[in-house]
Design a protein around this ligand. Structure first.
Ligand SMILES: [Fe+2]
Length: 231
């Protein structure tokens, strides 16, 4: 405070001198307690390290089509949808495992991409391609020491691929880890009406979403573990 002129110091402080008596400034609020960040339930509880994929299923994760919309070079970020994107917020987490070792694959790199709430990819209009360094609804993630990854996004929209033919909501994955076969797959969600009609979906890639109330709102939470085959 020594760099402030004395009169400024008196003005910026929470206390004022009224009639020569030190008193709390009118309207000053009590210092808030730490904590009280809102009701996020078990948000911070990561699944225990080690363990096994849900259901103890060690089968290598089924492959699925790459589709035409993948782009290399998406930024490393834990939020896939852009700020304030329309749609139901979703939190997806899981672990990447080695099929041979039954151990988590630390530093596996997951590349995820998806459609917006309106069912659009950032590169689905050849007449208006995105700038080279602009990536919407795309991220890369690095799994931690326990193979864990997590990202926030919005529930992807369905999109039409032919007259009256719609793809169900899905998120594309491309997962790489040294010594393992690169996995190209897609994640689907139980309850989507198009699941029953889609030509590409595989039942093993459908997860259940749980509705979670948090801080006055609601989001969807799902777990998707990945088991990679060795090369
Ligand atoms: Fe797609």
């Amino acid at each position: 405070m020594s760099h402030l002129p004395r009169r400024d110091f008196l003005r910026v402080g929470a206390f004022g001198l009224a009639g020569g008596v030190l008193s709390l400034r009118a309207g000053a609020e009590p210092t808030p307690e730490s904590g009280g960040l809102g009701d996020y339930g078990d948000y911070l509880k990561e699944p225990a390290a080690g363990g096994a994929p849900p259901g103890g299923d060690w089968s290598p994760t089924e492959r699925n089509i790459l589709g035409p919309f993948h782009r290399e070079g998406a930024p490393f970020r834990g939020k896939v949808s852009p700020p304030l994107a329309r749609g139901t917020v979703m939190l997806i987490s899981g672990r990447v495992w080695g099929h041979d070792t039954r151990k988590p694959l630390a530093r596996a790199v997951l590349d995820v991409w998806q459609a917006s709430h309106a069912g659009r990819y950032d590169n689905d209009d050849p007449k208006a391609p995105p700038a080279k360094d602009v990536f919407l609804y795309r991220s890369r993630l690095v799994a931690d020491d326990s193979g864990y990854y997590e990202y926030e996004t919005i529930h992807p929209g369905r999109y039409e691929i032919g007259k009256g033919v719609w793809r169900p909501s899905h998120i594309h994955y491309l997962v790489r880890a040294p010594g393992y076969r690169t996995l190209v797959t897609q994640l689907y969600f139980k309850g989507d009406p198009e699941n029953a009609r889609d030509a590409f979906i595989r039942p093993s890639l459908i997860i259940d979403l749980q509705a979670v109330k948090a801080d006055g709102g609601e989001y969807e939470k799902g777990a998707f573990d990945i088991v990679l085959s060795p090369e």
